[in-house]
Design a protein around this ligand. Sequence first.
Ligand SMILES: [Zn+2]
Length: 295
Amino acid sequence: MKNKNLFINNIYKWIKWITVINSWINWKNIWVFAITHWNEPVWLQVFDYLFDKINIKWILKKWKLFLIAINIRAYNKYILEWSINDNRFIDNNMNRISNKKNKLWSIEFKRFNELKIIFDEIDIAIDLHSVSKWHDIIGITDNKYLSVAQKFFNVDTILVDNLWRTWAIIWYFLRNGKEAYWLECWNHIDKRWLKIWVINLLNLLTYKWFINKEIYIDRKNINMYKFINEIYPKTTNFRYLKNFVWFTKIISWEIFAIDWKKELKNNMKKDIYLWIVKKIPKKWDWVGFLFEKIN
Ligand SMILES: [Zn+2]
């Protein structure tokens, strides 16, 4: 990765790990985030790819493109200790703090505060993530931008989240009047699928008249789900009742988990869908999400 050092050495207005590609035409700016979690380094290769291609293959027509490696402190700390630390951050999950009270001692809050200094320069944001186990490519946004998301996301699934429930980075943007998206791809280090994911980013840049290109969408029957609720075990005796897989349907009144003696059931009088994010539940840590299908 020849430009890796570039992305983790560059500085913008005294703020570290920001690379700006500038068209020198002031209009609007876009933030592209990577390394929100230290163990997702594959997106630095996407930075590399964009940096090489823009202005050579696709002309940057207008706006400024910010390539921001968010949590390089965690990346630098743990990249040499691969698999030793199963936390994906140093003090706080960078993607769960945007609504929380400032913790001045926290590495992640410090970084978040630092990025807020240039918050006004940004119009559109996209946060790029990866996962460890195979799953669909997922694009995420809120209700307001769902129709835009459908025009550029080349994904298997689009999730519509509820602003007030979550503390993810993109919700900070959306709550404060910006346009924002989130992409989840498989997997953290394998770059064979890079082309499939990067098309999502290029489609967004194309749709927003940022680069000269055609929008490419080949995925058909994109599933769309709307967030209903998180699942937080209240005891250490939480278990799911089936071996649920990716977005498993739960019919009305079906009991899907037991938390000590309490049964968790679908009382919505319609089918809902369960997405398990942690197979081995921990007390008071989310282990899954419930969705309704909207298409
Ligand atoms: Zn992530």
